[in-house]
Design a protein around this ligand. Sequence first.
Ligand code: COA
Length: 166
Amino acid sequence: MEKHLLAVYPGSFDPVTNGHLDIIERACRLFDRVVVAVSTQVDKRPLFSLEERLAMLREVTANMPQVAVESFGGLLVQYASRRGARVVIRGIRAVSDFDYEFQMSLMNRRLCEDVETVFLVPAEAYTYLSSSLVKEVAALGGSVAGLVPAAVERRLLEKFRGREGR
Ligand code: COA
């Protein structure tokens, strides 16, 4: 595959998981620069503020010089065009992700012909992982070690300290 300069990996990252990190690492092997773009519009009420989500992503990608972390509002394709990115990365974990991702990529293409969506598949171990599940397990006092980076695990513990059983 020919290398493109810049790819945008958008999402809500509430919080970033090892599955997201796996996709970021794969994207770095294909693209010169990867911008992880955190959406400011989250329909699902986020557990972590935008600033917390950005800080966690910056901490866990600090050793990846190709990666930048930013927030974006408005249409994704407009943001990608402004950023000079022609590629949007999305992770596909299972067939169940496909319908939504297919719809979104076609709508994005309709909005902007120049931006192409590239789907990457995470390591098998992360195919069942989602930010919601991680939050639910952590809220109920279960261990999320190995599912999220240590820095995220620490922040989840801080959020939910003393809340178990409520
Ligand atoms: N590993 C682990 N989990 C993953 C994953 C991976 N590799 N890939 C996705 N997920 C999970 C996320 O954790 C999240 O889980 P949750 O639902 O439990 O929180 C879920 O899959 C999907 O979240 P995410 O990848 O963050 O995407 P999103 O659907 O929240 O965000 C945007 C979608 C922000 C990209 C999209 O809404 C958007 O582009 N918004 C801008 C406005 C716009 O342009 N709208 C028109 C779009 S056509």
